[in-house]
Structures are given as structure tokens and as C-alpha cells.
Ligand binder design. Structure first.
Ligand SMILES: [Zn+2]
Length: 345
């Protein structure tokens, strides 16, 4: 059995770092194993302009450990008030890569999200003209839609028509969780891609309830049936460049998760690369991990892959039960206390 695996340093195409004191934990966690990331803008208040993103970038860079090779890039939060001028500023800024569409109310800090996508025609047309990608949290938020059907319904009602109407728009269907989304992206026109999280490759919705309610496995979009998980593994490990690593690592302090109304999000960053290796090895696809983790994402965003390498060694270890987070509370990482077969050297 292979004992080591050397890869190009990976790129996390969907990462939440939060802000303030949380950055002391989240930035080093990703900078250790990743060459770069696309950092999501759902702060409170959200990052909606290039100027705000550049100020946030300074706060992030201040936490990158000395000597670490980590380049954060940023997405702007698309709101009902985003103007076409802002799209042109994104196209001219090397540090800002994309806009993120949150349907209003879909997830953490998404109350500023778009309420009327049809009314955003001028902005979407400018993104199409400038080649600025739209990253999409693809969930229908109408309250009558069952939570397990939100992604499929969003695909039918909103995403597929959008991709057709703006035929040159570059679109990332973020953190896909269903067979329908995976197969849609597989068959979509050029310029449509998808990111995949470790938890959706490793767990099904049963894992939310095994032995009791598991708040640290709760994220949005929520875990789906096993048949969906298997389909996500198939597309992730199949070598198709439309599918790439986007961890959606989404930290919340322990008390916000272990709560009567717990927050959505899995803090996977501290073990992300080893978690993906676990999923790829289970599918006998380890030789395809590098392209998924380090090549396909940068290629979609027009970035060069990292020139640096990272080495995984076959060595069992346990993800820590808790990690330091803010002054008031610790954080429980995804996969806490459980074993992984690969460790980053
Ligand atoms: Zn996210």
C-alpha cells in the first residue's frame, strides 16, 4: 500500500474564515495545508464591495503565519443593490474573483441575500460580459419546500433557467448535495462547475441522527440520502474538471452548535485535505485527488496551480475533540474524535 502521497498544494474554492478573533484560528488552519482559497463574504455585515473585500483581505493576511504559503482571494456578496460598476471593479481586481448569490434566508447571515433574481438582469449581464463567475448557494427558500428538496427545486426553478438565459455566465453550483445537481453539472454547458464538501462525500443524513442528534454534522444544504452521497463521490472522483474541492468549512463556536437552535456549518478546515483523502481512498480514486483538490478549481478561476507541494502520509490519527477558537468559547471540528487514515506531513 502507498505510504505517502505528494500533491500540488490544494486550493479551497469555498471557505468561510469569519472575522475578528475567529481569524486567529481559522486562517492558520487553512494556511497550513492549502495554497489558497476563495473566501466567502457572508460576514455581518456582508462584504459587498471591492473596497470592503480589500480591507477584509488585510485582516486575513495579518493572521497568515510567517513563512506560510497561502493566498486568500475573495467573493463579494450579491445583494439587491449591487450595481454593474461593482462588477467592473471585480474584473479589474486580482484579489476578488467572483460574486456569491445567497437566496435571502438560505443560510448563515444570508438575510441580505437576493430577493428577486429576475430583477438583477443588468448585474448578471455585466458579469457575463466581464467573465466574472457567479457562485451560487443553490437552495430554494420558499417555506413550503421540504428542506431535503430545496436544492433540487432551486435547480429546476432558478439555476437551470439562469444558466440558459445568461448563456456565457460562468456559474459554480456550490456544495452540491444531490444526484440531480451532480448530474445537471455533468451535462451542463461549458462554464458551469460545482464544488463539493468533505461532509457530503463522507456522510449521509443518517449521520445526523446516529446514537442521538449530532449538531456538528449539521450544515446547509443539509446532508442527503446515501444514494445521493454515492453519486457525489462518483463525480468528485471521476476526473471531470467541472468538479472541484470547496470545503465550505464554516466555523461556529461550540455553544452556537450545541444549542436548542444550533447553527449550520461544519468546521472541516483543520482536517480538510485528510478528509478528502479518506473519501477518495474509499472510492479507490486516490490518484485523482490532486486534480480535484489542486488543479480543477484554479483552472476554473483562471489561476495558476500552486508550485508548492504537500505530502500526505498513511498514518492513523484522531481529529482533536476541541480546538481554541475565541476568548469565550472553543470549537468542535468536523470529524472530532474520529480517526482518519491519512495525515498531512
Ligand atoms: Zn458556504
Amino acid at each position: 500500500m502507498t505510504a505517502t502521497l505528494e500533491l500540488t498544494r490544494p486550493f479551497d474554492a469555498h471557505l468561510h474564515l469569519r472575522d475578528g478573533a475567529a481569524l486567529d484560528a481559522t486562517v492558520p488552519a487553512s494556511a497550513r495545508d492549502f495554497a489558497g482559497a476563495l473566501v466567502m463574504p457572508n460576514l455581518a455585515p456582508p462584504i459587498t464591495t471591492v473596497a470592503e473585500a480589500l480591507a477584509y483581505r488585510e485582516r486575513v493576511l495579518a493572521r497568515v503565519p510567517a513563512g506560510a504559503d497561502f493566498t486568500p482571494r475573495f467573493a463579494l456578496y450579491l445583494t439587491d443593490r449591487t450595481a454593474p460598476d461593482e462588477v467592473r471593479r471585480v474584473a479589474d481586481c486580482e484579489h476578488v474573483l467572483a460574486f456569491k448569490l445567497y437566496p435571502a434566508g438560505a443560510t448563515t447571515n444570508s438575510e441580505h441575500g437576493v430577493t428577486d433574481l429576475a430583477g438583477r438582469h443588468a448585474v448578471l449581464a455585466e458579469m457575463e460580459r466581464q467573465g466574472v463567475p457567479l457562485c451560487v448557494h443553490g437552495e430554494e427558500t420558499a417555506p413550503e419546500v421540504d428542506v431535503f428538496d430545496r436544492e433540487r427545486v432551486f435547480l429546476e426553478r432558478t439555476l437551470a433557467p439562469l444558466v440558459e438565459r445568461f448563456a456565457g455566465l460562468r456559474v459554480v453550483f456550490e456544495h452540491v448535495t444531490t444526484r440531480e445537481a451532480a448530474q445537471y453539472v455533468e451535462g451542463a454547458r461549458a462554464g458551469v462547475a460545482a464544488s463539493l464538501t468533505p461532509q457530503h462525500l463522507l456522510m449521509s443524513r443518517n449521520d445526523l441522527f446516529v446514537g442521538g442528534l449530532r449538531p456538528h454534522h449539521y450544515c446547509l444544504p443539509v446532508l442527503k440520502r446515501e444514494e445521493h452521497r454515492r453519486e457525489l463521490v462518483r463525480v468528485a472522483t471521476g476526473g471531470d474538471p467541472r468538479f472541484f474541492l470547496g470545503s465550505d468549512s464554516a466555523p461556529h463556536a461550540r455553544g452556537r452548535k450545541e444549542s436548542a437552535c444550533g447553527c449550520a456549518g461544519c468546521y472541516s478546515a483543520p482536517a480538510a485535505l485528510a478528509l478528502y483523502a479518506q473519501a477518495f481512498e474509499a472510492a479507490e480514486a486516490l490518484p485523482r485527488l490532486e486534480a480535484f483538490a489542486a488543479l480543477h478549481g484554479p483552472a476554473f478561476y483562471g489561476l495558476a496551480p500552486s508550485a508548492a507541494r504537500v505530502t500526505l502520509v498513511r498514518e492513523r490519527w484522531r481529529v482533536p475533540e476541541r480546538l481554541d477558537f475565541t476568548a469565550d468559547d472553543a470549537i468542535v471540528p468536523y470529524w472530532a474524535g474520529a480517526e482518519l487514515a491519512w495525515r498531512v506531513a
